[in-house]
Every structure is written in structure tokens, then in C-alpha cells.
Design a protein around this ligand. Sequence first.
Ligand code: FO1
Length: 320
Amino acid sequence: MRVTAIAGGTGAAKLLRGLAACLPPRDLTVVGNTGDDAEVWGLHVSPDLDTVTYALAGRLDPARGWGLADETFRCLEGMAELGSETWFNLGDRDLATHVHRTRALRAGATLSQVTAELARRRGVAARLLPMSDAPVRTRIRTPDGWLTFQEYFVREKALVEVLEVEYAGAAAARPAPGVAEALREADLVVVCPSNPVTSVGPVLAVPGVVEALGAARGPVVAVSPIVGGAAVSGPAAELMRARGLPVSPLGVARAYAPWLRRLVLDRRDAGAATELGRLGVTAVPADILMTDGAREVALARVVLSQATHGVSPPSRPPLQ
Ligand code: FO1
């Protein structure tokens, strides 16, 4: 069964590990967010592509949810001695990824090419595609002006008020090679439990992606990153509010309308089923907190089972 997953960072990594445990790796394609990409110390860092690669390679640091396990930060200490900014912690082995990527890009490789090479060299058999080879960068407007995503999320620790979110460069971008086809032709499309605004939003902002999702041959299933009225992790609630979306599974469904068909949500949110039905979205209650490997696989099985269920036609709104 060919599965295409849209993935951001930490929230997606767990489900992707679960999916990779249930599928022949070559049947899994991941479309990764690049809106978080940043230039750090002159190097091109692609946090979400690296988080997915490290997770599927079994080398993601479990405590941080980003970067490599068993990491050291000697270069970071050296950079601090030299007065460089060090609020964005680059580990020593992680640096090799950014040096390699930056050199390849300078030599004329596309982000797709170097992403595929980095995944292959780390033993990842799944296919990892950036959402676009063109630069698209999430920017956050705060009362003190515009911030890059990493300035907002890491330097300011997401503690500043969000007035607006934009995806700079999106209008001029187009899907990376293979992305539109992977979304259209998959037997199942999975939107991982990532931040709907800053992890999935940039992917949807690339012209052609939403059209491909609307034309998807298989069902499109999302896993809610919101449980109850709160985000499972990170600033999704604040960012959804900034976008005028209710911080609830319904807000997630609205962020993914009209192409979303099924939303896997926490059992505590099963009451949203009727309202979701009005959006043409079938609620699939499940245990969505992936607190260990077994839970990652169990949730992946729930998601994969959505492909075999007859895909119910969008439920019609009740006759007025
Ligand atoms: N997140 C932090 O909270 N602090 C960091 O110092 C940090 C460094 C970092 C380095 C490489 C990388 O791939 C990710 C890193 N992240 C860090 C996480 C990153 O901000 C997030 O993974 C995504 O941008 C959001 O999903």
C-alpha cells in the first residue's frame, strides 16, 4: 500500500516511525515542511527534513525530539567563545548534515537531491521529499515586528504574541519533483499530527499541493495535533488562534478543508463527530498520544486501516 505523509517536525516523527514499522519502507513517501528552514552560522538548516530523517534512521534524540541522539556540542561552545549567536543549538554530528547540505546546494544540487542523499546515507529507505526546492519561509509577526520561525520558536521560546503568520516565497514556489504525484496517486495520504499553521500550513501554501490533495486517489486522513483544547506539544494553539481557528479538532478540520476526509482524534474529543460531519470529515476516535513505540505502531495501524475502509462519500449536510 503506497502511503504519502505530510510531515512537520517533532509531532510527525513519532507517527512516521510507527508507519515505517508497518509498511515496506519503499511504500512510504514523506513530504517534509521546509518553512522552518534557517541559515545558522552560514549553513542551511532544514529542521523538519532532518527530524524526519533522524527519526526514520532510529537516531533522533528522544528527549529533545530534534537533532541526533548521543550528540555533543563542542563546536557550539567554540562558537560561543568567538561571540557567535548560540541560541539555536547545533550539535557536532548534526553540523555534518548542515555542512554537507550547504556544500551540495552551493555546488548546484537541489534541496530534493541533497535531502535524498542525506536520507540514503543514513540508511533511510523511505522516500523523503521537501515540499519545494524553492525557498519558502514561515514568518511570524509580533508586536515588535517580524521574526523568522526559529527566532519565534527557539529564541523567543514562542512566548511572544502572534499577530500574523506568512509563508514568504510560497507564491513563487512549486511542489518539488514527485510531490504532486505522490499526493495524487497514493493509496492513502496521511497528514501527521504537526502544527496545522507552521508545519502543515507552509506545505499547503505551495501552489499545486492543495489541488493535488483535492484530486487524491486515496482517502486523506489527518491525525489531530490537538487534544481537548490544547496542543499535544508546541505552540499550535497560539498559532491557530492567530489564524482565527478554534483550538480543537474542528479547527484542524477547518484548516484542512475541503480536501480532508477523516480525522483521527483523541477519544475525549469524540463529541466533535457531528460538527466534523458537517465539514464532510469522519471522526475516528483513537488513542493518539504516542508515549512509546508500541503506541506509535498502534496509532499507525489505525491510520492505515482508513485506507481499507470504504471511503464514505462526504456526508451531506443535514437538509435544512
Ligand atoms: N529547538 C529548540 O527548541 N532549541 C534548539 O536549540 C533547537 C536546535 C535545533 C537544531 C537542529 C534542528 O534540526 C532542530 C532544532 N530545534 C531546536 C528544533 C526546531 O526548532 C524544530 O524542530 C522545528 O523547527 C519545529 O518543528
